[in-house]
Ligand binder design. Structure first.
Ligand code: SAH
Length: 364
């Protein structure tokens, strides 16, 4: 198997180049090329032909290949199904907002949190993704962005590269997997993508979503305080939460909210809670009031997600009027509340569904 250079930090890459008898600065050149989406050794024009040949024999550029891709006719959302070198499938979703592109990437092949409503955990965890596999999801999507597809919904493109071509503006680690169950690899990726010598993505352009693993949240607050952290709460009390998120509710809601307060104080950043609405489970007026009672007056943001029903799991989305009523009850208590717009509804964009179809032998 060829060496996966994108799994390495710049320091490790430097050691690699020294070990093959090259000068350390070669590592910086290759690191910059890789993190900015070079698709072949020949693009790396500042390397000698001889070095390019040697690298080609020893190392792979990409860790993933595109196995399938679907484009929404409604809003331009693109779903990528990637295959790893050992034949696992993972997903990423590339979205267009008026200000630019955002990519939602996966941190694990599968998941072991077992949230009852979620497609990603249905087959358990296959394995953690490596830093290079996590990186390649945005790197390969960004090649398409640079090639200039879409732009149908983008009126105020904010992020461009040195040559004026569009770039991805935001990375959200909110795809398949629990990022803090694979902390070291996720953090190695985040360090690489924000490294000024590589892609130089702003830390504020990153959002990580967790089901609430306390140790990971604490480490994240120390390691990357400028990034955004989002917590999937989905319940107004521990009883409901335990029912729908059995592993995640090892940590109680009081403790999670206590951490959120500490996080806001320490980092100076607004803390976001995600709250998926499941019909008859957590979407009543009483649930909204209970949630509001716990969250009001602390500067938190709540993002409501109408359920993406996964066939066979028995969770349904409430009608839009019920979602609006839920939001209203939080808003009157002064809680900043947004409702997630559904993107890519025509291409099975619900988390983990493309992958699930593939594993079950259906789908494309
Ligand atoms: N493990 C992380 C990130 C992955 S999922 C986390 O739990 O935050 C991204 C978000 O989608 C989470 O809030 C998750 O709970 C939610 N989600 C998963 N399945 C869903 C479904 N069927 N409908 C609505 N939201 C869902």
């Amino acid at each position: 198997m060829k060496t996966a250079l994108k799994d390495m930090t710049l320091e490790e890459l430097t050691e690699f180049f020294v070990s093959i008898g090259e000068k350390p600065y070669r590592a910086r050149q290759v690191f910059r090329w890789l993190m900015n989406g070079a698709a072949s050794w020949d693009e790396m024009t500042d390397l000698s032909l001889d070095l390019r040949k040697r690298l080609d024999a020893a190392a792979a550029i990409d860790c993933l290949r595109i196995a399938d891709m679907a484009v929404s006719g409604i809003d331009g959302t693109r779903k990528y199904l990637f295959e790893t070198a050992d034949g696992l499938y993972i997903e990423a979703v590339l979205m267009e907002y008026y200000y630019g592109y955002s990519v939602c990437i996966s941190s694990q092949a599968g998941c072991r949190m077992g949230c009852r409503f979620c497609a990603s955990g249905r087959h358990g965890l296959a394995r953690n993704l490596t830093p290079g596999e996590i990186a390649d999801q945005y790197i390969i999507c960004e090649r398409d962005v640079r090639a200039g597809f879409g732009k149908t919904h983008i009126t105020h493109l904010k992020h461009r590269d040195d040559e004026g071509r569009p770039r991805i503006g935001h990375i959200v680690v909110m795809g398949v997997g629990e990022p803090f169950d694979n902390y070291d690899n996720v953090m190695a990726f985040l360090k690489n993508v924000t490294d000024p010598q590589g892609r130089n993505l702003g830390r504020r352009q990153i959002t990580v979503s967790t089901c609430g693993l306390m140790e990971g949240m604490r480490r994240f607050m120390d390691d990357l305080p400028q990034a955004n952290l989002s917590l999937s709460l989905h319940a107004p009390n521990d009883e409901v939460r335990r029912r729908i998120m059995p592993a995640a509710s090892a940590c109680g809601i009081d403790e999670l909210i206590g951490f959120a307060r500490e996080y806001s104080r320490t980092t100076g950043r607004r803390f976001s809670f995600e709250y998926a609405l499941f019909s008859g489970v957590n979407d009543s007026g009483a649930c909204a009031d209970e949630l509001a009672g716990r969250l009001a007056g602390q500067g938190f943001h709540v993002n409501l997600i109408p359920a993406n029903p996964v066939p066979g799991l028995g969770f349904e989305a409430p009608p839009p009027a019920r979602v609006a009523a839920f939001a209203e009850r939080l808003i009157v208590r002064g809680i900043r509340t947004t409702t997630r717009r559904e993107l890519g509804s025509d291409i099975a964009a619900a988390c983990g569904q493309l992958r699930s179809e593939r594993i079950l032998g259906g789908g494309p």
